[in-house]
Design a binder for this molecule. Sequence first.
Ligand SMILES: [Zn+2]
Length: 433
Amino acid sequence: MLTQNMLNQERKKKLRWFVTLSTMPLLGVVTAFGLVPTSNLGLNTGNIAIEEIALSGPAANQTSTAATFWHTERVQRGDTVADLMQRLNIKDTAASDYLRNSAEAKSFRKLSSGNEVQAETDATGALVSLRYLGGQNAQIIIRKQGEAFSSETIAAQLEKRLFVRTGEIKTSLYAATDAAGMPESAANQLTQIFSGDVDFHHDLRRGDKFTAVYEMTYSNGALVKAGKIQAAEFINRGQVYRAVLFQSDAKHSDYYTPEGKSLRKAFLRSPIAFSRVSSGFTTSRFHPVLNKWRAHKGVDFAAPIGTPVKATSDGVVSFFGKQNGYGNVIVLKHQGQLSTVYGHLSRYAKGLRNGKRVSQGDVIGYVGMTGMTSGPHLHYEFKINGQQRDPLRVALPNALPLTGANKVAFRVMADKFVASLNQLRNTNLAKLD
Ligand SMILES: [Zn+2]
């Protein structure tokens, strides 16, 4: 289902402009640059007729035109074959029987929500052909052949394409990534990659710039997978940060600076995905519930109830349960004398227990408003030797750098990306309005 979600996100993005890079080779592996097709099935959408034409009533039955009409729909949760056929404007009993009962159309009945289906009908709503992606991303084409139907399977021909998007922040990061035509999955990756160095909660400034090179996988021209950012640059307040992906083996990949330093910190800055900070770390503030001034030795992250809360580092659950003003709280013990605290939770992750090992990024609980709080938020504390420190400001240790053969292999690749990023910055930023 993950793939489907990404496809939906990808499709939602409107392309307002894009940077043409077809003449600029980025790496040897580049197959193509270009626009993300508006249709996942990669068909020419120019001949998709508007519904009114096909619905033009009894008069349409009398016309003897050979014109056909294309209609595109996405499977929605809970859809029956009849629901989908209705939205595709197919009014065809024989087609209905075929799609409901034939063994050949089994993959059609197995389509899950978000999948795209394209139907070609005649003016009366009789099915002419139908296309969708079946198992293993093969494209299935069902055609009417006389009184019967036939099904053709075009095997997936996976093709990876690299896309490059450059943007400048004017109002918000997501407005800028939208304007750059970057899919949401890539925008989210961008914030994750640089989250150790840039505090996306309050370091962003108008004029900050970004460039991302990301991969998309296509099958027969249809987008099947939004992939990883391969290299990226983020310029925050004039400071340039760069990241290059390195795949050390089939299972492990991570982002490094072009010099081979890991971008991953031993701790995440924030236990929840990018959101607004409602109350920062201070030794004195006016407490909204107690109605008096007192220290706030943590950071509050405003977020809706139920937002997943992530362990900011590898560690062990040393306490979870109710605790006075904290409400439902989790305490994690990490290496050295470090610990983190997550308060006001609505509930805990399934299977949480004292002594359980957790990894960085594991969901341990969900935002709530238990304990002493005026609204839903996460109260987060970072402690060194039991003393609270400002988690947004404290210097965090890095994960291990690349060494040996990995470092040599990485440098060759990183050098190419750096050369490309330099070139991109010089040639494309000028095109942004
Ligand atoms: Zn708090």
